[in-house]
Each structure stands twice: as C-alpha cells, then as structure tokens.
Design a protein around this ligand. Sequence first.
Ligand SMILES: Nc1ncnc2c1ncn2[C@@H]1O[C@H](COP(=O)(O)OP(=O)(O)OP(=O)(O)O)[C@@H](O)[C@H]1O
Length: 382
Amino acid sequence: MSTELVAAVNAALATVIDPEIHRPITELDMVDALSVDEAGVASLTILLTITGCPMANTIESDVREKVTSVPGISGVNLTMSAMNDEQRTELKRKLRGGANERDIPFSKADSTTQVILVASGKGGVGKSSVTVNLAMALANEGRSVGVLDADIYGHSIPQMLGLMESWPTSVDGMILPVPTMGLKVISIGMMKESRDQVIAWRGPILDRALQQFLADVYWGDLDYLIVDLPPGTGDVALSLGQKLPNAEVLVVTTPQQAAAEVAERAGTMASMLDQKVLGVVENMAYLEVTCSHGETQRVAVFGTGGGAEVAATLTKRLGYDVPLLAEVPMDPAVSAGGDDGLPLVATDPTRPAAQALTGLAQRIVARRPSLAGRKLGLTPVS
Ligand SMILES: Nc1ncnc2c1ncn2[C@@H]1O[C@H](COP(=O)(O)OP(=O)(O)OP(=O)(O)O)[C@@H](O)[C@H]1O
C-alpha cells in the first residue's frame, strides 16, 4: 500500500464538506478504513452521521469525484455506512468544542454571533418576508447566517425558503439545521410530526422547545442568527428575551397608525428584557404605479409615517437612537417569492423592494457591533 497515495486521497477527502455540518468529512471522523492497493484502487468506508442521512447521495458522489481525481488512483471501492452510538457521541462532543453540557452558545459573553429578533406588533405586516430576505441579503454580503423560525402560530419560513418537505437531521439528540441557499434553517414547523398539526405550546413546554433550538441545534460559527418571532409580545418573546439577553430586536411595521402603535409595544417589551432595539423596518411602505403617461407615482396604500413614528417614539422612550432602517415598498414579487420558496433578494435583486432589503442588510453589516447595554459576563470584585 502506498502511504503517499493514502495521504493524497486523505487530502482530497478533506475537501469534501458535509452539507449539513459544513465541516470537512475528515474532521468529522466520517472516513474509515482508508487504503490504496498496488493497482491504485482506493478502498474506504464513509460513516454517515445517521442511517438514512438525507445528504448521503451528495456525500457519496462528492467522495467518488474527489478520490478518482487524485493522480495515481485507478478506482474506488466505496462503502457507505453509519456511525455507531459511540462514534456519534464523540462527534457531538467534538461539535460542541469538547464540552458535554448543552448551553446556549449565543448567550455567552464571548459570542461573536449577532442575534436579531424580528418582531412585530401584529400579524401580517411582513415580518417573515423581511426575515427571509434580510437573511438572504446578509448571506449575499458574505456573512454566515442562520434562520430560526420561532413563530409558533405562523411558521411560514419553510414555505418561504422552499423547505416544506425538508426535515432536520438529528445526530443523537443534536439537531442539524437544514442548509439552503447558503443559509442554515430551523423552524418550529419542522419539529411537528405532520405539517398540518396544530401547536398549542405554552409556558414550560414552549420554553423547553426554544431552549432546544438554541442549545441542541448545531449552528456552527454564525455571523448572524435571524429569529422570526410570533407577532405581539407573548411567551416566545419573553422566553427568548431571558435566554438571549444580548439579542437585538428589529421591529417591523406597516405605515398604518394602528400597526405602529402595537409595534411600539413590541419595542418597549424588548427594552424591559434588557435587549436593544436595533431599528425599525417599515414594510409595504408604498406601491409604485406607473400611469398611462409613463410617470411613476408612489401610492400610500396603508397610509404614511408609521415606521418613522415607531422609530421616533422608541427613540424617546428608550433614550437612545432607534433608526428607521428601511422602507420596503409593496411589490407582488415579494409575495410571489414567498409562495415559490425563493426570496426576492435572491431572484431579482434589482427590484426596489429587494434593494430596500439589501440596503437594510448593508446598514446592519456596517454598524459597528455595539457593546452598549450588553451583558459582558464580568464579575465585579469587592
Ligand atoms: N413588501 C411586500 N409587498 C407585497 N407583499 C408583501 C410584502 N411583504 C409581505 N407581503 C405579503 O404579505 C403577507 C404577510 O406577510 P408575512 O407572512 O411575511 O407577514 P408576517 O408579519 O410574518 O405574518 P405572520 O406573523 O402572521 O406570519 C404574505 O402574503 C406576504 O407575501
């Protein structure tokens, strides 16, 4: 057996990335019994994290391609198998950075992930649409982004990202988010046995489920975790507020006065939980219509000024600047993108609505992460 060839095959395998965990399969101890015989035939076993792993075919074809491309390799003898319990436990330990206990990585003082809770006062203002498009736009800016759909009543994220038939893989109790379009996604809807099942979780059960999303999901290194909250100021906001004291809240409203008033409440609630309000997004701000003379006009379908009003009220109430970060026009393409599972920012970034959402992402990226109001995990000495 040629040790050089084995090393070369190993190096090639190090370029095969597990599509769910986003790490090289060699680092995840998924390569077993690798050898190369005199005739240059490589034999190896790939240990999948679970039997029936949904990504098995992708990994298999990737491994074949990479191994056969190594000079001197004439064939591949590949066995696809699964890890045993011990191997899985070791992998989980490794993924948690050697720690056995499950704590929430984002709540640690040294966490570099910016958690953004997308909140609204009432339903239907476009909170989920803003969530998926903002996440896509941040990914387009080269950031690693996770999306957590914590909207127990709506959970429309799977639909909006084309994941209606996708389920997260679980490795011995550790959940791997579903990868799509460069994002990592988990939805409360994915935890149900069937998609039409109604969830009526409250109090401790809901709290436990949210804890699981944050601690038992292997998110990896994220720049941003965007969380779609249920509308209003309910149990989820409270529970997440306690679990993620450093999270920042992005308030989505429509220009309507009534929507603005309830949106202010969502912002005020955040401050009660010691969270900072990052800013306000006014969605469905106006509709652009082109008249028969070719002139374009902005029609205020839902009135005007709601976003600016929420921003001004929260600035006054909270004592720091809460900016109006974006005004997103009404555009049937936003809605169609949601139905098709493809966010507008990904399919048609030139449309004004997509540009407004990209601008929102750019403003968020450009902000220097502020430590104001953050709990730094320092213990005062007497
Ligand atoms: N800028 C927009 N232009 C046109 N349609 C939009 C826009 N934003 C959202 N919509 C549409 O409005 C409807 C409600 O949006 P969405 O589901 O994002 O709201 P939501 O606030 O998350 O609602 P809920 O909390 O009730 O789930 C959807 O059909 C969506 O496609």
